[in-house]
Ligand binder design. Sequence first.
Ligand code: NAD
Length: 365
Amino acid sequence: MLKNYQGEIIESLKYSILFGPVAVTLTLLIEEYKPSAIFILVDTNTSTYCLPQLLQNIPRLKHALILEIKEGEQHKNISTTTLIWEFLMKYKADRSSLLLNVGGGVLTDMGAFAASTFKRGISFIQIPTTLLSQVDASVGGKTGIDFHGEKNMIGTFTQPKAVLIDSVFLKTLMPRELVSGAAELIKHGLISDAVFFESLANSSSNWLKTEFPAWVIQKSIALKNQVVLKDPFEKNIRKILNFGHTIGHALETWSLKHDENPLRHGEAIGIGMICEAYLSMLKAGLSVVELERINSFLFSLYGSKSIEAANFHTLYDLMKNDKKNELGQINFSLLKKTGLAWINYSCSQEEIFAALKFYNKNFVF
Ligand code: NAD
């Protein structure tokens, strides 16, 4: 908990989420923690677009040890994690060392996982540089990697020392990454704040094209944080954050294996939310009017391609591996209404296929 910081702060589970120029927040944190050594993890893009911001403005990083890994979800695996562990070992990281994870959700999830397991845990700070990782991935303590091609199969719940949010990093993001990241903040509105959802839906053409408004990022983090504080280890209510993810993760996994230009995480979750809004109408009380509102807004952002009926069974098999399942049932977090979600709805294969078909109907003119 930083004593001298004058900027915006959200307090989470024994750590702070600090908003403002990273040169200021990180300098203060380093002065407070006095780490024995500083390690920086970047990927091929953040090494070009984000690392200079840190090295040029923070003198204390002059002696930091830097590891660059390949960008992309296909590298969020045990081989890359091994490289991180080897790097920490080679340069003798100890329990007083600090790892800075500078990147999108792939890097912050994996860097946090490597730090949480190395020597039974060293300290790390999350410096998220994509919209998706700022509004979602770097908050809440979930660390992890994909395993045998399936999403986030191996991981821990470990909290960082701090999360630093600086909107300057978003300036170099590809437009596609901004739209992808928006999926998770729209989700935060859908599951817990109808007014926030409506304001996003009514103004997306503004906030996706101009400089990204800081209040949207802050609001989205605050909404996620409220849920995480109630249930840090996802025993119950935190599962509402998985709205859109049961079908979304299956689509993302399938696409990573088969598509030349795979779906981004948020794009898959956007389609997953359309399908799961349909399941919400079938099982949880969402009205048809609300379903249509959600469908038309999300489809305008994430309706890139239809889901081939020939793949329904494979997708269903992938959903059977979802971490929320219990006793062989596929469990969903669904919307009772816009702004209110609930957990543990089990849906049949027939219902799930109907939801995939509902999304596909958007392509019939
Ligand atoms: P990503 O990390 O792959 O980043 C997207 C792309 O943007 C990459 O090519 C990256 O190199 C590049 N990039 C990053 N910062 C940049 C910058 N400032 N300028 C230019 N390019 C930049 O993807 P993502 O969408 O950030 O994260 C997706 C991952 O997050 C998934 O693996 C997902 O499972 C995970 N996730 C985790 C949680 C959690 O709670 N831990 C929540 C949601 C998502």
